[in-house]
Write a protein that binds this ligand. Structure first.
Ligand code: CUA
Length: 308
């Protein structure tokens, strides 16, 4: 599935994706065949038994026991067949292997945060090893979200105050889109991320690289992935104001006052977004970012300061 989307199913890229597809296509084609058969029979009977003159009286019809038995037995078998098949796939998808590699996923307005056991935190990209089961333990910081990886055929609600989980095993290296599929506010459609499936060696290398302490500006750039749904860095207005080229300039606020866009303004805007809203924008930035550490805020300040 490219950036433009498609009416076709995305390539099946997890171990059970093909089974999900097989079941889907079975239901799809069975329904198609039955639909055509029913409509064809209807049209045939309409023509065959058309009333030809005003006085004609049709012959009384008596039931056919065989026909009645057939339309009870055949659909029952069909429905049970789909149920058993579906239940089998459902169990596979809902029974995570005990040796799965676990990643914590936090949904928040409007970004995904991925935490690894090695102490690594990532935002817009979730690296996973190919050929190894991966289990996601998911939670939300604010409202209902839903985590969806179309290429893997997995989707699960992400709920505040409760863990939900899903698992998958990627079959081939590549980048796969992650969507939020539960309406969660203004920038719901911008709540995007990517799965980056890589070999075991590349995964280990990525973890090692991420574990190093980043210089503030790079840390800020990484953290900024959470802000990117609402704030552009190329001057274009999104739901929030663009943040490049602003440092050191005056900023008009919604209440008519003017402040300097400096370190303190950035810090204040992260910790208490509603306190200094830029002119022309709504006070919709979630307060959830106030849990950032001083080090993280330093990083974001350094990054935003450097944006041209
Ligand atoms: Cu999160 Cu929609």
């Amino acid at each position: 599935m490219g950036d433009k989307g498609s009416i076709w199913l995305p390539d099946a890229m997890s171990t059970f994706a093909n089974e999900v597809d097989a079941l889907f296509w079975f239901v799809f084609w069975t329904s198609t065949v039955l639909f055509i058969a029913v409509v064809a029979a209807k049209v045939y009977f309409m023509l065959r038994y058309k009333r030809t003159d005003e006085t004609s009286v049709p012959e009384p019809v008596h039931e056919s026991k065989l026909l009645e038995a057939a339309w009870i037995v055949v659909p029952t078998i069909l429905v049970l067949f789909v149920f058993i098949w579906g239940f089998d796939v459902y169990l596979k998808m809902n029974t995570d292997p005990t040796d799965a590699y676990q990643i914590s996923v936090m949904g928040k307005q409007w970004a995904w945060e991925f935490e690894y056991a090695e102490g690594v935190t990532a935002f817009s990209e979730m690296y996973v090893p190919v050929g190894r089961p991966v289990k996601l333990m998911m939670n939300s910081q604010d409202v209902l979200h839903s985590f969806f990886i179309p290429a893997f055929r997995v989707k699960m609600d992400v709920i505040p105050n409760r863990y939900t989980s899903l698992w998958f095993e990627a079959t081939e290296p590549g980048e796969y889109q992650i969507f939020c599929t539960e309406y969660c506010g203004t920038t719901h459609s911008g709540m995007l991320a990517k799965v980056v499936a890589v070999s075991e060696e590349d995964f280990a290398a990525w973890i090692a690289e991420q574990s190093q302490d980043l210089p503030p500006e790079q840390l800020g750039e990484q953290l900024f992935a959470q802000c990117a749904a609402c704030h552009a860095v190329d001057g274009s207005a999104k739901i929030g104001p663009a943040l490049n080229g602003r440092f050191g300039t005056d900023r008009k606020l919604a209440d008519g006052s003017t402040v300097t866009f400096d370190e303190n303004y950035i810090r204040q805007s992260i910790l208490d977004p509603a306190s200094q809203v830029a002119e022309g924008y709504q006070p919709i930035m979630p307060a959830g970012y106030s849990s950032m550490s001083a080090k993280q805020i330093d990083g974001l300040v350094a990054y935003i300061k450097a944006l041209q």
